[in-house]
Each structure stands twice: as structure tokens, then as C-alpha cells.
Ligand binder design. Structure first.
Ligand SMILES: [Zn+2]
Length: 307
């Protein structure tokens, strides 16, 4: 999910952003990238002994480093120039090339420009990510190694556990856990009150299950999402409460035989008004929740999906 385009900008802002991106496509090394405002706040912050967070423009990835190598988790916006900058920064700060790149999921804002590291890095992702990258012609590295449920990667003694909890936010989102550092990298999934605009590639039921599992995962102190500040595990259940309530309400009204248009007027989420941007997203959330639940249940009487 493109967080800047979907959550932080108005509709006109989205158009402006796409215009900027069109100008900047293929211009990673474009020295003029800065004149469009990209990458002005690039930063690297150290979270623990071995884990760092990098980012700019409200978008973050992470990297893990010790004497045995460097693992980069995720890319960045194609036009931000941040990955080219990061490559130089890692070399300057740690005197090492990147040995592995992990791709959290296939959404373009999180994997773009990872191809810059393919000269030295082995690229890892979930088995389902490859078809998306190839079909959509993403500007990204393509995984050399894929896995199904979980894999462990070691930098010397430092264990990095990659977990796939089933389809959630896309069918290929993975979580990266570094237990001894007590860090969990949960890109686009440690949401707190940061709502999804819609549920177009969300597996709602499995996402609810995965959010609960991650809220209880042991050996986690720092949760690194793809956007916003460093978080804690309570963020998973804060989001879970909203998604569960909305799912239950839409489903209950569907069972009552209410139409989509009726449900839109009934499910106001007024008791969650401290979650920002509800008014902006509610319509598309309910439409896509209805669509999801349409495919989930068989009513006693046939109903027309959209009426
Ligand atoms: Zn995403």
C-alpha cells in the first residue's frame, strides 16, 4: 500500500505525486531528484546493536549489520533516490557491501530500487512475491531465494527469522524477527490507528489472526513498521479492534439482508473516531469488506451483490 499516496495526501496531492513520479521514473541517479522535494529528510537511526532503520519521505526500511554481513530489508519510493544514498551510506559507515536483501512484500513503494544491490546481494522473499514482481514489471530486485512458511538467515550467530503468516496485506507479506535484538520488522502491518484506505488485497480473516499472533510474539521490544515512528506490539491489537469491529458490523447487516448501500449508511464507525481519516476511507472500506464477505458466505436467499 502506497502510504503517502493513500493516506497522507489529498486526491489532488496524489495526482501531483504521480506527476512527480512520472517525471522521475528511471531517474534514480537523477541529480535533480531533489528539486521535486524527494529525499530531503533521509536518515538512518540505530535501533539496537545490529539493527538500523533507514528512510525518507515518511517511508522506512531497515538493515541489519555485524561483522558477518549486511542485510537490507526493503527498498523505497522509486523516485526518492534513497536507496542509492543508502548503498553509499552503508559502505561508508560499515565498510561492507550488502550481502542480502529481504523484500517484505511486492508493493512498489517498498521494493523499488532494491535492484541496485543485486551486484553483491542475494535477494530473498516469499514464494508468492515473484509472480507479482514479474507480472507488474516492478522496478525491483527479483528474489533468488524464496520460501513458504519460514526461514532462518544467520549473520554469524545473529539469527534473523523470516515468517509468512499466510495471506494478509497481499499474499506475500513477511515479517522479519531478530529475536536476540528484540526487533520485529512488520512493514505495513503494525498499523495502530493508521487505517487501510480499502481492503483490495487484504485477506481480512487471516489478517485478524496474524495481527493477534504478532501482538503475542515473544522477544519483541521494537516494532518497525514501514511508516511512522518506531512502535510497540500494542499497535497490532489497536488496528485489530477496528478491523474486527468493521468486519462484524458489515457481516451482521449482510446476514440481515441489508444492501451494500444500506450498510454504508449503517456502519459509521463512530466509536472509532480517534482513528484518523475514517470519513475519507469509510466508503471504500465498506465496499471492499462487503466484497470480501460476499465471497466468504452463502446466504439462505440469493442476494444481488450490488443493488
Ligand atoms: Zn503494502
Amino acid at each position: 500500500m502506497t502510504d503517502i499516496t493513500k493516506r497522507q495526501l489529498s486526491r489532488s496531492g496524489v495526482i501531483a505525486l504521480w506527476a512527480l513520479m512520472l517525471f522521475s521514473v528511471g531517474s534514480l541517479a537523477d541529480p535533480d531528484a531533489g528539486k521535486y522535494g524527494w529525499g530531503q529528510n533521509r536518515a538512518i537511526s540505530r535501533i539496537t546493536d545490529s539493527v538500523y532503520r533507514f528512510g525518507s519521505d515518511g517511508q522506512y526500511g531497515a538493515y541489519i549489520v555485524n561483522a558477518h554481513g549486511v542485510v537490507v530489508i526493503d527498498g523505497h519510493y522509486c523516485a526518492s533516490g534513497t536507496m542509492a544514498w543508502l548503498k553509499q551510506e552503508i559502505k561508508a559507515r560499515h565498510q561492507q557491501d550488502v550481502s542480502y536483501v529481504i523484500l517484505s512484500h511486492d508493493h512498489p513503494d517498498h521494493i523499488c530500487r532494491t535492484e541496485l544491490f543485486e551486484d553483491t546481494a542475494t535477494v530473498i522473499g516469499h514464494r508468492n512475491i515473484r509472480p507479482h514482481i514479474l507480472r507488474e514489471k516492478r522496478e525491483s530486485a527479483v528474489p533468488d531465494i524464496v520460501f513458504d512458511e519460514q526461514m532462518d538467515l544467520y549473520l554469524g550467530d545473529l539469527k534473523i527469522n523470516l515468517m509468512f503468516l499466510g495471506p494478509t496485506h497481499s499474499d506475500n507479506l513477511i515479517q522479519v524477527h531478530i529475536p536476540t535484538e528484540k526487533v520485529l520488522v512488520a512493514i505495513d502491518f503494525a498499523r495502530g490507528k493508521n487505517l487501510f484506505p480499502d481492503y483490495r488485497d487484504l485477506d481480512v480473516h487471516n489478517a485478524l489472526k496474524a495481527l493477534k499472533s504478532l501482538s503475542r510474539l515473544e522477544d519483541v521490544e521494537f516494532v518497525l513498521g514501514g511508516h511512522g515512528p518506531v512502535k510497540t506490539q500494542d499497535n497490532f491489537m489497536v488496528y485489530h479492534r477496528y478491523l474486527q469491529a468493521q468486519r462484524d458490523r458489515v457481516l451482521n447487516h449482510m446476514v440481515e439482508g441489508k444492501s451494500l448501500e444500506e450498510i454504508k449508511t449503517l456502519v459509521t464507525m463512530d466509536d472509532f473516531r480517534d482513528y484518523p481519516r475514517i470519513d475519507e476511507y469509510l466508503n471504500s472500506q465498506i465496499e471492499t469488506m462487503y466484497n470480501y464477505l460476499w465471497r466468504y458466505r452463502e446466504p439462505n436467499q440469493p442476494i444481488v451483490m450490488f443493488r
